[in-house]
Design a protein around this ligand. Structure first.
Ligand code: 5GP
Length: 212
């Protein structure tokens, strides 16, 4: 449990590849106490510099399918030809400890999480690039993917941004500092919601002699 004793919540961040989502997630974890990232499992090959257990848990197709079969994933989806999944037990434990759990997942996964968790547990943020052109420039500049992979990611970017209406908040990442500050504001406001403040309220009202 955290100092407040209240349950945490899931903060879904969805964006097309190259919109700056991973950087924003890192900024949030560094600047705000009690925010943690769930490390997904994937069948994709590691990119240069990606560390097992930090970026992802990398597994083969068969191992992934076995985990799906035993219900290990809170959600999973095929994205850009590879499978990605979120550990159910990790998320449940973190929520019980009062953490804000960041899920860097696509729109298909976001839908499943909304369907599998109580409504108050899930806040969705769509991070959008300022334009399609900016996205292409960023994907090329990061130099991590082959041209055909970039072409596939660009083709799917349209699908990702078209689901903006399913999210609670929209953050346009044209300036990293500002987008980071906006995400921080979202987390702060969500933490202050009345429904998440029960334990704090109980303690304060008890000092006034109220029992709720
Ligand atoms: P990348 O291969 O660039 O790291 O990620 C590709 C896409 O997969 C991103 O849109 C990312 O949000 C999504 N993704 C990463 N982990 C998960 C996951 O556990 N579940 C789902 N549904 N999508 C994920």
């Amino acid at each position: 449990m955290t100092a407040t004793g209240d349950r945490g919540f899931i903060l879904i961040l969805s964006a097309p590849s190259g919109a700056g989502k991973s950087t924003l997630a890192r900024v949030l974890c560094q600047r705000v106490e009690g925010v943690i990232t769930s490390v997904s499992t994937t069948t994709r090959q590691p990119r240069g510099g990606e560390v097992e257990g930090e970026a992802y848990f990398f597994v083969r197709d068969e191992a992934f399918r076995e985990r799906v079969a035993v219900g290990e994933f809170l959600e999973w989806a095929e994205v850009y030809g590879n499978c990605y999944g979120t550990s159910r037990s990790f998320v449940e434990e973190a929520l019980a400890q009062g953490k804000v759990v960041l899920l860097d997942i696509d729109w298909q996964g976001a839908r499943q999480v909304r369907g599998n968790m109580p409504e108050g547990d899930v806040i969705g943020v769509a991070i959008l690039p300022p334009s399609q052109e900016t996205l292409l420039t960023r994907l090329r500049a990061r130099g991590q993917d082959a041209p055909e992979v970039i072409a596939r990611r660009m083709a799917q970017a349209g699908a990702e941004v078209s689901h903006w209406g399913e999210y609670d908040y929209i953050v346009v990442n044209d300036d990293l500092e500002r987008a980071g500050a906006e995400l921080l504001a979202i987390v702060t406001a969500e933490r202050l919601r009345r429904e998440r403040a029960r334990q704090r309220i109980v303690r304060i009202l008890a000092t006034f002699g109220f029992c709720i």
